[in-house]
Design a protein around this ligand. Sequence first.
Ligand SMILES: NC(=O)c1ccc[n+]([C@@H]2O[C@H](COP(=O)([O-])OP(=O)(O)OC[C@H]3O[C@@H](n4cnc5c(N)ncnc54)[C@H](O)[C@@H]3O)[C@@H](O)[C@H]2O)c1
Length: 315
Amino acid sequence: MAETAKPEVALVGAGSIGIGWAIVFARAGHAARLHDVSAAALERAPAAARARLDALAEAGLLDEQPAAVAARITTSPDLAQAVAGATLVLEQVLEKPDLKRAVFADLDRLAPPDAVLASSSSSIPASVFAEGLAGRARCLVAHPGNPPFLIPVVEIVPAPFTAPEAAARVRALMEQAGQMPVLLGREVRGFVYNRLQGAMLREAYCLLRDGVISVADLDRIVTHGLGMRYSVIGPFETSDLNYRGGLAEHADRMAANYAAMGAERVQNDPWTPDLVARAVAERRALLPLDRWEERVAWRDRELMALLRFRRSRGF
Ligand SMILES: NC(=O)c1ccc[n+]([C@@H]2O[C@H](COP(=O)([O-])OP(=O)(O)OC[C@H]3O[C@@H](n4cnc5c(N)ncnc54)[C@H](O)[C@@H]3O)[C@@H](O)[C@H]2O)c1
């Protein structure tokens, strides 16, 4: 039986992220067309993609032969040709607002009218580069982790003018391609991934500056502590499972302490009772308290599996 053709994906910018996206979509059965203004980048891309596909296959993470996946990745030096027939156009040129503005103007002119236009930007929201476009309702950000074929999370960030249907289509395509899309409620500087990363880095630099810890030891606290836990459960669930009674109990005991740490950094964002109540309500909808013990035991089993794996890798 013939395989149903999957929607075509055009990738504008064939650097690290463009190649990464090409792997994600080709791996999921889509035709992935890469475009770049640099002839050298376009020439390098197929071999770079193939090397990563070979590594994925060697790690047991590819369902097909690398050559079969690589055959779905093509290149085109012509933008119009690259986007023709595409259902999704993903842009990943350099992180410069003027460049993104110019590229999106071209994309809005050249891409099929029903294609969604998404930027991989790490920090520039669509309202900066798509506001003035006739087709702005189909424009948004789809910010990947790097490399996207190993880090599944994708932040879908609609501008105020983005049609909900465009965000829903990108989300569905990402899900079908095996990614883990998360839809943000609104645009915010740095989106969420980098705001979280930034919060940790800001504190890390302060602690280094103040002679509290070395670079290597701070990294150890993350790789042998916080990061291990966070690869299984996020910060809200961590707090929820750390105290019998869950997040409400955690906030009750710890809110003042965290507020004092924040105040040392001139930050005044207390966990107010109504904010905590909202977070608690979301957690309780995800995990009723009568299943708390069971979830704690699950967390421990996951950490044991992780620990076993890490030991086998010499960590
Ligand atoms: N590298 C990361 O960790 C990371 C993670 C998430 C998102 N991003 C975002 O992805 C985008 C690209 O990042 P990258 O790391 O792949 O950069 P990169 O430098 O590896 O690649 C950028 C590519 O864009 C090409 N380019 C420049 N102008 C172009 C144009 N007008 N049309 C077509 N191609 C053009 C360049 O020739 C280059 O090959 C940026 O917006 C960045 O913020 C990067």
